[in-house]
Design a protein around this ligand. Structure first.
Ligand SMILES: C[S@@+](CC[C@H](N)C(=O)[O-])C[C@H]1O[C@@H](n2cnc3c(N)ncnc32)[C@H](O)[C@@H]1O
Ligand SMILES: [Zn+2]
Length: 278
């Protein structure tokens, strides 16, 4: 596995390669995309995709950052980085794309661990802004995982952590010997929060069932990462709830109950590795 061709953005309008200048990115057909002050570029045509969500909002991004900065998700962030390291050979620095990178911590840790060149995309502008502001060694763009702004077969590893994972698009940008790393919730993920928010909490299904449903090939490996999240600090209880979709279902009383009473929760996640089939 090696980065034999350099990665670059392709134009979301005409698909030509975008040439990078200090202030913008432009193709030979005259489509131009300004670089934001924080260093990222918005490659969503018209700024956003019709009918699709615009992703995590500013408070969700802040909450996620607070939880990560407190180290509460270090076991899974480290495990993703370790998984990436096992997929890398010593031919050259790998190129990694994180599809739905959020505020950027997973991609940055993968790059620290592997020496990879990192490219993070997310449909949320606040998330990409936060990622670009802090993690200046990686490239960040506002874009959709359903239409990745990259040429075919330019990455060694494609990552998706709790984000949409369109199989055909992720494998399009992977080299023939590339690998995808997908992180999903396990059956007991955040069970203590769910027990408060939902009267009949649903457990997440088995990973194998999800692969079938989404057209993914069989994983070459699946690792369970399960740990206790210590929520001694009340502000982190609210942050953990706010970074999940449970926040939107929770009543004010349930939000208060979480903030007052949930001292620890179970994190139960699955890291699956898939090989490119080309
Ligand atoms: C649960 S968050 C996970 C973020 C990050 N991977 C993490 O674990 O910290 C889901 C992310 O997917 C992003 N997202 C949603 N739809 C998307 C799409 N079509 N393309 C790219 N990102 C998307 C959201 O904006 C959000 O940042
Ligand atoms: Zn163009």
């Amino acid at each position: 596995m090696s980065a034999s061709t350099t990665v670059g953005y392709r134009c979301p309008v005409c698909r030509e390669r975008l040439a990078e200048a200090p202030g913008d990115f432009a193709c030979t057909n005259g489509h131009r995309f300004d670089r934001a002050r924080e260093g990222y570029v918005n490659l969503l045509p018209g700024g956003r995709l019709k009918g699709r969500s615009s992703g995590d909002d500013e408070p969700m991004v802040r909450a996620r950052r607070a939880v990560f900065d407190a180290g509460l998700y270090d076991p899974i962030i480290d495990a993703v980085a370790e998984t990436a390291a096992t997929l890398v050979d010593d031919v050259g620095p790998p190129a990694v794309v994180d599809c739905g990178c959020g505020e950027g911590s997973y991609l940055a840790r993968v790059c620290d661990h592997t020496g990879a060149e990192g490219w993070g995309i997310d449909i949320s502008k606040p998330a990409v802004r936060a990622a670009a502001r802090r993690y200046t060694l990686q490239h960040h763009a506002v874009a959709s995982s359903y239409s990745l702004p990259f040429d075919d077969q330019c990455f060694d590893i494609a990552v998706s952590v709790f984000s949409p994972r369109p199989h055909s698009e992720m494998f399009r940008v992977l080299r023939p010997d590339g690998a995808a790393i997908v992180v999903r919730p396990g059956p007991d993920h955040l069970a203590e929060l769910k027990a408060i928010i939902y009267t009949a909490p649903r457990r997440h299904g088995d990973v194998a069932d999800q692969d079938d449903a989404e057209g993914w090939p069989k994983a070459v490996s699946t690792r369970a990462v399960t740990f206790e999240v210590d929520l001694a600090e009340p502000v982190l209880r609210t942050a953990l709830l706010e970074m999940t979709p449970f926040w939107w279902s929770a009543t004010d009383a349930q939000r208060a109950e979480v903030a007052d009473q949930v001292l620890r929760v179970t994190a139960d996640m699955r890291i699956a590795v898939f090989r490119s089939q080309a």
